[in-house]
Design a protein. Structure first.
Length: 396
């Protein structure tokens, strides 16, 4: 069945109000997601928070199972969190507190590394004496696999890879990275924050040991939701920070026992309404079909790139395979003014800045870029409106 654009837009009331091309920031949620969140909040107001959670327990468990199905993994290896950064922090510091970085060693990162992930690495550098090394990119901006091969030796303790960067549209060859990390016996942490929901995800095929993502972007879930996958052979080595009575058992006065597998990353206190919304968002995407969503996003994004180049904008995405993130600059206009000008006409985009992805953007001499990110529910007319407005700016 072809993608039903009319239905997608009818399910998304925001489409009547704005041309939302900032889905890499936070997408417009469809009605079923909003309904699930609001209904649970109303249930909490009527019967109490604990009681509402008990009533909705089956749906809460199902939400985690839906995320696992999206990723192609066992639900026992998925925890729901409050953000991508929360997921990354729990897994990374769980590995550190489990003793993995005792004695130092080297951590290899790709140049698309996101700021909050890299900040944890800098903290580990100060705390454990690890060395951070950025693997160079190829001419098109992708992670250089030959360079990774040269750097991946017995002193390496961890590899990180960004599936799709926050700041440019290329898709990295992460399955090739996973193959190399497995051969070296070191964990691969995959940043899937910008890929889950817009690309087909098969974590076993990628071969990552940890993957993190958010609900608010391409999955169209509520803000304050995220997910964490940890392979069982690695979760058992991790001692996550901030454990509570959900993630561990207080055995006696001097001992505790961590829960098994991804359950050790769970938290008791969270927004149950938001988690239910995330589950509905994932089910909504799976019902449409991720391949159809991916095809539609790619069609819109590639059309936007071509049109922007044609009118004289500078597109900065690179890569041989690209995502729905389109980054560009407009000659003689700073990026914030372009964003503001588009917003005045009802077109939402964002500005990606060097501190978000410093390793790559500074190397390319970019301090900022405008980021447009169409989703499957966007129309060709909305793409054309953006192009026409940017064209007016270029022509002055």
């Amino acid at each position: 069945m072809p993608l039903d654009l009319a239905r997608l837009r009818a399910d998304t009331p925001g489409c009547e109000l704005v041309s939302h091309l900032n889905n890499a920031g936070a997408a417009l949620s469809p009605d079923p997601v909003v309904d699930a969140v609001v209904e649970h909040l109303r249930l909490e107001a009527r019967v109490g928070g604990y009681e509402a959670a008990a009533v909705s327990n089956g749906a809460l468990v199902a939400a985690g199972a839906s995320v696992a199905r999206l990723l192609g993994v066992d639900p026992l290896d998925v925890a729901l969190t409050q953000s991508d950064t929360a997921s990354w922090t729990k897994a990374f510091w769980g590995l550190a507190l489990g003793g993995w970085f005792d004695g130092g060693g080297r951590i290899l990162v790709d140049r698309a590394a996101y700021n909050s992930h890299y900040l944890s690495l800098l903290q580990a550098q100060d705390s454990f004496g690890v060395t951070i090394e950025a693997v160079e990119s190829t001419a098109d901006g992708s992670l250089d696999l030959d360079e990774l091969d040269r750097r991946l030796d017995s002193d390496v303790r961890m590899v990180t890879a960004t599936h799709v960067g926050t700041h440019r549209g290329l898709v990295n060859p992460v399955a090739e990275v996973g193959l190399r990390a497995r051969s070296a016996g070191v964990p691969l942490f995959l940043d899937a924050c910008q890929s889950a929901g817009q690309l087909v995800m098969d974590l076993p095929a990628i071969g990552c040991d940890v993957a993190t993502g958010t609900g608010r972007k391409w999955l169209r879930g509520p803000r304050g939701t995220g997910w964490l996958f940890v392979a069982p052979e690695w979760s058992e080595r991790m001692c996550p920070p901030g454990i509570d009575g959900r993630s561990a058992t207080w055995v006696d006065e001097r001992r505790y026992e961590l829960a098994e597998r991804a359950r050790r990353f769970d938290e008791f206190e969270t927004s149950y309404a938001a988690r239910l919304g995330l589950g509905v968002a994932v089910d909504y995407a799976l019902a449409i079909g991720i391949p159809l969503i991916a095809e539609r996003i790619n069609q819109l994004a590639e059309g936007l790139r071509s049109a922007l180049v044609e009118i004289g904008a500078d597109v900065h995405d690179g890569g041989t395979r690209r995502s729905g993130i389109v980054t560009f600059t407009v000659p003689s206009h700073d990026c914030s003014s372009v964003q503001e000008s588009l917003a005045a006409t009802g077109i939402n985009v964002s500005v990606t800045e060097a501190p978000w992805a410093r390793l790559d953007m500074e190397q390319r001499g970019l301090s900022a870029a405008v980021r447009a990110s169409p989703h499957a529910y966007n129309s060709e007319e909305e793409i054309q409106q953006l192009v026409e407005h940017v064209g007016h700016l270029i022509r002055g």
